[in-house]
Design a protein around this ligand. Structure first.
Ligand code: 5GP
Ligand code: MN
Length: 356
């Protein structure tokens, strides 16, 4: 990997936040790179890309990811990923693709670190770092990294490009979500020219289903309920399902998309029983055209993007679907009394609001 000459400090066209980030990386001896729980392709791709970038700057870092979905095993640098670290205090912690400290895996390293950086693309980002570089318009955290690395003068070679493109492909649903920009395609074209196998990445991360994922898909489709005059779908998987199909890390990915693809459906809701605590469910939502599911999930202590968001709820499946669940991680306590259930909340939005 070669390094281009960075623009000298104080020169026109400089970005102070990026200058500071570069300075902090260069200054730090011990660096840790972290991402959000149940990491997707953007979280994984961002961490591995940042690791390569740190190396290109002549430094090294620990990438700590507790649960690494095996679909991303092909990515360069995967072998260096640790599930935990015994470093007591890092000089610098970098959180990627994560909107909220409570969702950050390895937050103890982040909280203890002397300096912290947050790089993300969620509109609901809580700006929990000392330095925050957040662009809610970027379709993937990985796309933010392109501009950042170019600014740092790092050559985006085949390895780095493969990590970045994995994040872009997964977070844009294979270039099909509206957040895709001209830069997304320009960068992809450039990488194709550098020998990155776009079609292979696409096939591995979006097309190929594990057997467990396929079995879960059958169950979720069989159980799917169509609510609110065909505008909302609801389905779920339990721990029992996960056990029976021998599901591994990440095998539930994509199941929330199934409902959204039905004609006339605006919102799909998918819940997954969490391993750690009984009766705790991870809620995933997707929308098509006008419901801002990030707003809905924010009311339940979660967050995300306008068309893809999540939260955590406690109750039985029926309670979570129908009403009487306990909100487990909300900080928006005032909303609890007003907002009683997802469907109610969504139906109000369906009837009252059109969000561009
Ligand atoms: P998924 O449904 O794929 O788990 O998540 C969709 C999007 O919402 C992702 O960008 C994810 O980071 C975000 N998200 C999911 N769950 C939560 C949550 O509990 N809190 C916040 N802030 N974001 C979430
Ligand atoms: Mn992302």
């Amino acid at each position: 990997m070669t390094q281009k000459e960075p623009v000298p400090m104080g020169q026109k066209g400089r970005n102070m936040t990026l200058d500071t980030i570069l300075e902090e990386i260069k200054k730090a001896e011990k660096i840790v790179i972290l991402a959000h729980e149940t990491p997707d392709g953007d979280a994984i791709g961002s961490c591995l890309a940042m690791n390569l970038a740190v190396k290109a700057l002549g430094k090294s870092a620990d990438v700590v990811i507790k649960e690494f979905p095996r679909v991303f095993d092909f990515l360069p640098g995967r072998d260096e990923v640790k599930t935990e670290s015994n470093v007591e205090q890092y000089d610098l912690a970098i959180a990627l693709d994560c909107a909220d400290l409570k969702r950050l895996v390895g937050k103890e390293y982040f909280e203890e670190a002397k300096q912290t950086i947050v790089i993300d693309h969620h509109g609901s980002n809580k700006m929990f770092g000392d330095i925050n570089f957040v662009n809610p318009v970027a379709p993937a955290c990985c796309q933010i990294l392109i501009g950042m690395f170019e600014y740092f003068g790092i050559d985006i070679n085949k390895e780095l490009g493969t990590c970045i493109l994995t994040g872009i492909i997964t977070d844009t649903g294979g270039f099909k979500y509206p957040g895709v920009t001209a830069e997304t395609f320009e960068f992809t074209a450039e990488l194709l020219g550098k020998g990155v196998n776009v079609s292979d990445i696409y096939k591995r991360v979006l097309q190929t289903k594990t057997k467990a994922n396929f079995e879960l898909m059958k169950r979720t489709l069989n159980r799917m309920e169509i609510l609110e005059d065909g505008k909302v779908t609801f389905t779920y998987v339990t721990n029992q399902d996960l056990k029976e199909v021998n599901a591994g890390i990440g095998d539930h990915e994509g199941l929330v998309e199934l409902g959204r693809d039905i004609e006339g459906v605006e919102v799909s809701i998918f819940i997954r029983e969490k391993d750690e605590a009984e009766n705790t469910y991870k809620v995933s939502m997707r929308s098509n055209n006008y419901v801002n599911v990030s707003d809905v999930c924010l009311m339940f202590g979660g967050g995300g993007h306008q068309r893809a968001a999540g939260a955590t709820a406690q109750g039985t499946i029926e309670e979570v679907r129908d009403n009487e669940f306990v909100i487990t991680n909300t900080e928006v306590t005032g909303s609890i009394n007003i907002i009683k259930k997802f469907n109610w909340c969504i139906s109000i939005i369906l009837s009252n609001r059109e969000i561009k």
